[in-house]
Design a protein around this ligand. Sequence first.
Ligand SMILES: Nc1ncnc2c1ncn2[C@@H]1O[C@H](COP(=O)(O)OP(=O)(O)OP(=O)(O)O)[C@@H](O)[C@H]1O
Ligand SMILES: [Mg+2]
Length: 479
Amino acid sequence: MSIDRLIDSAVLEGSAPETEPKRPPRRGLWPYLRGVSRQLRRFVSRRTPKGLYARSLIIIIAPMVLLQSVVAFVFMERHWQTVTQRLSAAVVQDIAAVIDMIETYPDPSGQYAEVSRIARERLALNVLVLPPEPLPAPAPKPFFNILDGILSEEITRQINRPFWIDTLGESRIVEIRIQLADHILRIFAPRNSAYASNSHIFLVWMVGTSLVLILIAILFLRNQIRPIQKLAQAAEGFGRGQPMPADFRVRGASEVRRASLAFIQMRDRIERQIEQRTQMLNGVSHDLRTVLTRFRLQLALLDDNEDRRELEHDVDEMGRMLEGYLAFAKGEGGEEVGELDLERVFARFESEAALKNRLIETDVVGDPRVSVRPDAFVRCLGNLVANALRHGNAVRLTARHDDRWLSVSVEDDGPGIEAIQREEVFKPFVRLDEARNIDAGGTGLGLAIARDVARSHGGDILLSDSPLGGLKALVRIPA
Ligand SMILES: Nc1ncnc2c1ncn2[C@@H]1O[C@H](COP(=O)(O)OP(=O)(O)OP(=O)(O)O)[C@@H](O)[C@H]1O
Ligand SMILES: [Mg+2]
C-alpha cells in the first residue's frame, strides 16, 4: 500500500493507522467477581447501621442467628424425621397385627368386637370393621407434612393394600382406611403416637436462651461503648472550644483508657502552647505599643506637613496591625455565651458605614436574638462586612434564624474570589490584594479570625458567588 493511500484510508476511517494490535478488554470470571463483591460491599455498607453500638450488636447477633438456624434445620431434618418414622412404623405394625387377627380368625357376625376391644385397650387404636365400599378420593396432600408421606410409605411397605389416610382432618387424630378382601378397616390413631409432636420445645428453649444471651450482650456492650462515646463527645467539644464535660473520666477497656489519656495530654499540650503564644504576642505587642506611642508623641511635636501626615498614617496602620495580631493570638474561646440582638448589630454596621457615606442593605428573618459569644460573633461579622465594604460598592447583610440554624450572609458586588482561592484566603496572612495591586492596608487575618469564631460555635463560613456580582460569605452555626 502506498503512503498516500494509507493516509487516505486513515482519513476516511477517521483514525490513524494502527501500528500495534489493540489488546482485547480483559474479561473473565475474576474481574466480574471483583465487581460483584465491590457492589455487595457498597450495598452492605449503605444499609448497615453506622454506630459502633449497633454494629457490635450485629456482630454478636448475626452469627448466633445463623448458628441457630443451621442447628434448627439439621435437627428438624434428622431428629424429627427419624423419630416420626419410628413412631409411624410402630403404629403401622400394630395395624398389620390387627389385620392379621381379622383375617386369621374371621368373625361370622362381622362385628369383630373382640379384635376392636384388644386394639382399643392394648394398642390405643380405635378400629371399626365396615362392609366393603370404595375408598374415598385421596385427600389433598399438604405442602409441609412429613407425617403424611412417612405413614403412606410405611403402610405400603408393611401392609401393601389399597388405603386412604387423612392426617389433616382432625388435629389430634389420624384416620386410616384400608381395603381388605371383604371389609373396610377404619382406624383412628392418636396423632402423637405416629408423629414426633413435641420437637418445638427444643426450638423454644433455643430461642429463649439466645434471647437471654442477647440481653446480656446488650448490657455489657453498652458499658463498653459508653466511654468511647464520651471520648468522642469530649473531643468534639474541644474542637468547638467548649470546656471538658464535667463527668468525663478515664475509664473503659485499656485501649479506650489509653486513647482518653492521650486525648487529655494532647489537650493540655495544645492549651499550653496557645497560652505561650498568647503570652509572647502580648509581650511583643505591648513593647511595640510603647514604642508606637513614643513615635506618636514625637510626631505630634513635628511641624504639620505632608511627611508628618504620611508617617502618622504608617504609625496608625502599624497600630491597627498590632491589634489584629493580638486578637488573632488571643482567640475568643474564653468568652461566655450570651444573647446578642442581630438587628442592633446590623444597625451599628449601617451607621458605621453611613459615617463613611456607604450604604448597607440589611434583612433579618426569624428571631433576631441569638445565643452566641457576643464579642467574638460581632468581630466575625465585622471582618466580613469590612471586607465587603472594602471590595464592593453595594453590600447586603441577611440573617436567617430558624430552630436549627443561624445563617448570616454578607454579599457585595466587588471582584469576588475565584473558586480555587476560596480555601487559601482563610489562611492567616494570606492576602490577594497585593496581587491585585490594591493597597488596602489589611493584614490578611480577617477571614482567618472569622472562620475561627464560626468554628468555635460549631459552624463554619462558606464562600460563594453572590447574585450581586461579588463575593457571598455565609456564616452558618447551629442555633
Ligand atoms: N468581599 C471580598 N471580595 C473580594 N476579595 C475579598 C473579599 N474578602 C476578602 N477578599 C480577599 O481575601 C483576602 C483575605 O481577606 P482577609 O479579610 O483575611 O484579609 P484582609 O482583608 O486583606 O486583611 P484584614 O481583614 O486582616 O484587615 C483579602 O486580601 C482579599 O483579597
Ligand atoms: Mg479583611
